[in-house]
Design a protein around this ligand. Structure first.
Ligand code: SAM
Length: 249
């Protein structure tokens, strides 16, 4: 089940639910010589939290691409260079990008083959591409599942497996170049902001829950205000790829 999410509607409240992922940016900066002369593409940049923080940290030339006019508008308020595009069309010339990344995007992409083909086209030969996503075991261990047990199944149906991503990448000339796992949780405490975000269904997967389960889970969550929870096995995975040469068809 991959129900399309209306990101134009979510754009005004999006930054209340997510910010820059400093763990991921640390990984980028530890691995890559990013600086003033580097062109970095964030594919599916949304409101630009990741790209703005990366630019501030290393001075790279960031370009964001996103299909949602609402998300683009918020990103432009942060001074970012944002272009309209998606998996079928990245509006950049061939071989002009030094590093590309996609954070929390691939589960929204209807055609991974088209996405990898476009990224292969715009990246320079030998350049890295990083995907931050969640594996199915990580989805099954997620923080919210204790209150909303159907989410594990809903999210496993939405997210491509890591194997499916590696297979699609390999079909389009990308070599796997190591995975990194973020095993700590960015969310582990039930605070008032979290409860408000759940009440407003600011995370789109909450809108896919049966209403009865949502109401019961919300009541239990409110009762857990102030408590901290461990979620062993939850987290994120950063998949690294290197743009190589496509095999002859
Ligand atoms: C969960 S947000 C992530 C935004 C940003 N990368 C971040 O980390 O905050 C997903 C973004 O993917 C974009 N998106 C959805 N479908 C896409 C597609 N087919 N190609 C590129 N981006 C897409 C959405 O418009 C949205 O801005």
């Amino acid at each position: 089940m991959r129900a399309p999410v209306n990101f134009d509607a979510l754009a005004p409240t999006y930054d209340a639910t997510r910010g820059a992922d400093q763990w991921m940016l640390d990984r980028f900066l530890a691995r890559l010589p990013l600086g003033r002369d580097t062109v970095v593409l964030e594919f599916g940049c949304g409101t630009g939290n990741q790209l703005a923080a990366l630019q501030a940290r290393c001075g790279c030339r960031g370009i964001g691409v996103d299909p949602s006019a609402g998300m683009q508008a918020v990103a432009r308020t942060k001074g970012l260079d944002v272009r309209h595009g998606d998996h079928a069309r990245i509006p950049l010339a061939d071989g002009t990008v030094d590093f590309a990344f996609a954070c929390d995007v691939v589960h929204h992409v209807a055609d991974l083959d088209a996405m990898f083909a476009q990224l292969h086209r715009v990246l320079r030969s030998g350049s890295p591409f990083a995907i931050r996503t969640r594996s199915h075991p990580q989805l099954r261990a997620a923080f919210f599942n204790r209150w909303f047990p159907s989410l594990a199944q809903i999210d496993c149906a939405r997210y491509p497996s890591l194997e499916a991503l590696r297979d699609a990448a390999s079909r389009h000339g990308f070599a796997a170049d190591g995975d990194e796992v973020m095993s700590f949780m960015q969310l582990d405490i039930v605070d008032a902001t979290l409860v408000t975000n759940i009440e407003l269904k600011n995370w789109p997967h909450l809108r896919l829950l049966p209403e009865h389960e949502y109401e019961i889970g919300l009541a239990q969550l409110r009762a857990a205000l102030g408590q901290r929870f461990d979620s062993p096995g939850a987290g994120q995975t950063l998949l690294w790829f290197k743009r190589g040469v496509k095999a002859a068809q």
